[in-house]
Design a protein around this ligand. Structure first.
Ligand SMILES: [Zn+2]
Length: 350
């Protein structure tokens, strides 16, 4: 069954400014690809791959150090077919206990589930929701419940940025549109994918939103005092978007990069090889952006990668703010992703 409910959006919608600051940059590719399902897979065994593939896996391991091992699971796709029978079902992933919501920075909140994340950016003119979880029921329980616990009013959601067109990120949009009248943004390639043929679908997922705001590479989407810079980083989907914005922490300003689609556990196919190249290019490009802009917070839309749930618990236990990892660590995380993508692409080409 689906959890879709009647859309009660009013005709009047808030106006957002979209500023093209880097014209000419475009999404690289446009093909279909993978879902975000990711089990806790074993990290690839040494010596299981051809030498060139192994070289990239070794580089990934070196970049991961002792603190970024969560990203190394990406490399398993290079040495074994992914999506194996051990992967938990979507229902199992959705039905895990809900972690406590929390404030990560003065203007950034985690209101996600254990498996898939949702974030709120608080602006001077309302709230930006990043991703809407799997379905309306989950969105109401997890996002709505979390916002209530944090003193945030769901009716103030003015904008939903959907990182990519897979149902675990848009499925709960019906709930959001029932309680608020937000604009909804995705990149063109993923709007197209959702309008033509869903790459993946599941009975647990709500229906895709109707086309609204088209996010373009280089755009700054502005709500009140907050600008979110859009980078189209295809790979996980044709139109995955990665977001860059500032987070305030008392008197300090941090720059946050939210990578919009990490996994590539979708099996070997020639069209996926091409899309893996976009992933390689995107991570290399954003690694430079991270360096140039001193990005010191790198988060995800799945807690299995950025360990947001664990970090939030540590923060709430008074152990500082583990979300602030520094520019060097952000660059290393993107390097792990990049090297694992290169290894996987080579393995699939072999
Ligand atoms: Zn996905």
């Amino acid at each position: 069954m689906f959890f879709r409910r009647k859309n009660q959006v009013t005709a009047e919608r808030p106006v957002l400014r979209a500023e093209a600051v880097q014209p000419g940059r475009r999404s690289l590719l446009a093909w279909g690809c993978a879902c975000c399902v990711m089990a806790t897979l074993p990290v690839f065994p040494a010596g299981a791959a051809p030498a060139e593939v192994q070289r990239h896996l070794d580089a990934a391991k070196a970049a991961a150090g002792s603190d970024l091992g969560a990203y190394l699971k990406l490399g398993d796709a290079a040495v074994a077919p992914a999506g194996d029978a051990a992967t938990p079902s979507l229902a199992q992933l959705i039905n895990q206990p809900v972690p406590p919501p929390g404030q990560v920075f003065d203007n950034l909140y985690f209101v996600g589930a254990k498996w898939v994340s949702a974030w709120i950016i608080k602006t001077s003119d309302g709230l930006i929701l990043i991703d809407a979880l799997n379905n309306d029921d989950e969105a109401e329980r997890v996002i709505g419940g979390g916002m209530k616990a944090l003193g945030l009013d769901p009716a103030q959601i003015k904008l939903v940025l959907v990182t990519h067109g897979h149902g675990d990120h848009y499925g709960g949009i019906g709930w959001v549109q029932r309680v608020a009248s937000p604009r909804v943004g995705l990149a063109e390639a993923d709007w197209h994918m959702m309008e033509t043929k869903l790459e993946f679908d599941a009975p647990e997922w709500g229906r895709p939103p109707k086309r609204d705001l088209v996010l373009a590479d280089g755009q700054k989407v502005v709500l009140g005092d907050t600008a979110v810079e859009i980078f189209v980083t295809p790979g996980h989907t044709p139109g995955t978007v990665t977001l860059l914005f500032e987070a305030k922490d008392g008197g300090q300003t941090h720059r946050v990069l939210l990578w919009g689609g990490t996994g590539f556990n979708f099996g070997k196919r020639p069209d996926r090889v091409a899309r893996m190249q976009s992933y390689v290019d995107g991570t290399a490009r954003l690694r430079e952006v991270a360096r140039q802009r001193d990005v010191d917070v790198f988060i995800s839309n799945h807690s299995g990668f950025d360990e947001a749930v664990t970090k939030l618990a540590a923060k709430q236990a008074g152990q500082g703010n583990p979300f602030v990892i520094g520019t060097g660590t952000t660059v290393r995380a993107l390097t792990v992703m990049n090297e694992c993508a290169q290894a996987t692409k080579l393995a699939w080409q072999a």
